[in-house]
Design a protein around this ligand. Sequence first.
Ligand code: ZN
Ligand code: MN
Length: 148
Amino acid sequence: MKEDVEMDAIEILKQLKNKGVRFTPQRQAILEFLLETESHPTADEIYHHVKAKFPGVSLGTIYNTLNMLKEHGHLLELSYGDMSSRFDGNPKNHYHIVCLMCGMVADYHSPLIDMNQEVMEKSGFLITGHRMEFYGICPECRKDEKPN
Ligand code: ZN
Ligand code: MN
């Protein structure tokens, strides 16, 4: 495990323990995987990853750990209508690019567009955030494009 991931995990564990959240080794493995991966895994992918180390882990444990981390602001859930949600261990708002061919989700780090104030004034909504996503075909899938 990368050292900074270990530091982040220890810090989050400490914060949650102060709030009275119980942490099992399985829950810790879920958190560590989310912090170290950049793949934005689905709950199912997280389950298979953690199961390799903890064969007794259940999908229920995965879901309740994800809900708990989300509630405490340590996790972003990216939902896509009928498709499975993907989970991001980086809870700070940032942009994503989705590949329409393979479903891969990549980060795109750029300063956030500052439109919340404008939308609030024009719509009358109290705006608490916004979500913007880019869609396309990833470099890996583009290799398979047939040249015409
Ligand atoms: Zn792709
Ligand atoms: Mn992300």
